[in-house]
Write a protein that binds this ligand. Structure first.
Ligand SMILES: N[C@@H](CCC(=O)N[C@@H](CS)C(=O)NCC(=O)O)C(=O)O
Length: 287
């Protein structure tokens, strides 16, 4: 294809936000030969590799480089917007109507709030039993791999301001996961309890903003492609393994907020969006 830019998507199978890029590529009909995918081992902590930090200074996934751009794109929403624009002949994922556009932006903002971080579901715990469950899964290994890589790469490049705060942040989790449960864990348990209450609020807000059949109206938009990765990752993290399996996540949240229930609009929206070809292409395992 003459003149088509060379695109590389830095992705990881374990990354929720990388799915924003993959859903957009599928929806917009990109052919596999039109882009490269570079897999970064997120579970192995390779997102902290200094080579990757040259592309993505935040050490997060996804990122996208294009031969027509001066700089890599390092936020999922910017990656979606770029891939959307590169296909001007198809319907844009950003509605022209101002009110709808505002709705799209608000929905994207809701799932990107700190209080909606799915790390709470994957790595958080509110008591010893929950922590032991997490430790039995891949999560202790994940936390430990990250600490090992942060220390290794940080020691090799002590001038890089990325490493010290990140090593400290992950170090707290490393401590929680590698010491006998005792009074020092109480703060972690309490914070996670509060975190689930905030998550419950965030999901109620999401339910109140969503419209049908798709997140912002009659057509699929950028909002759908941000909420899908969030919810798919959260449902999976809670132990749900088929499409309408809201119960495990609901139960987890109920431990901190007994009143919480997934809203009907959220469930109906999920059924609609999960029937779309882009969703089925990116999440074949959810069927
Ligand atoms: N705001 C960023 C968030 C990206 C992000 O947090 N990605 C996660 C994976 S889904 C990550 O790379 N986490 C690694 C880390 O924070 O160390 C975006 O939307 O692209």
């Amino acid at each position: 294809m003459a003149g088509f830019p060379k695109i590389t998507v830095y992705s990881s199978k374990a990354s929720q936000w990388a799915s924003v890029a993959h859903l957009t590529l599928a929806e917009k009909g990109y052919k596999p030969e039109e882009y490269d995918v570079e897999e970064i081992d997120l579970v192995g902590g390779e997102n902290f590799n200094p080579e990757f930090l040259k592309i993505q200074p935040n050490g997060t996934i996804p990122a996208l480089t294009s031969s027509e751009l001066d700089k890599p794109l390092i936020e999922s929403v910017d990656i979606l917007a770029y891939l959307d624009k590169l296909r001007p002949d198809s319907r844009s994922l950003f509605p022209e109507d101002a009110a709808q556009r505002k709705k799209v932006d608000s929905l994207i903002a809701v799932v990107h709030q700190d209080q909606m971080s799915t790390n709470l579901i994957l790595l958080g715990a509110r008591d010893k039993t929950e922590l032991d469950e997490r430790k039995r899964g891949i999560w202790r290994q994940f936390v430990n791999n990250r600490q090992e890589k942060l220390e290794k790469y940080g020691a090799a490049d002590p001038e890089n301001p990325f490493y010290a705060p990140k090593t400290k942040e992950n170090g707290q989790l490393h401590e929680v996961y590698n010491t006998e449960v005792g009074p020092a864990h109480e703060r972690f348990f309490q914070d996670n309890h509060k975190g689930y209450k905030a998550l419950s609020q965030g999901l109620q807000k999401l339910n109140s903003l969503l419209v049908l059949p798709y997140a912002a109206g009659e057509a699929v938009t950028a909002a759908d492609f941000h909420i899908v990765p969030w919810l798919a990752h959260a449902l999976w993290g809670a132990g749900g393994n088929f499409i309408d399996d809201f119960e495990p996540l609901e139960k987890l949240i109920n431990k901190s907020d007994p009143e919480f229930k997934f809203g009907e609009v959220t469930k109906r929206w999920w059924r609609n969006i999960s029937a779309t070809p882009a969703f089925q292409q990116v999440f074949p395992e959810l069927h």
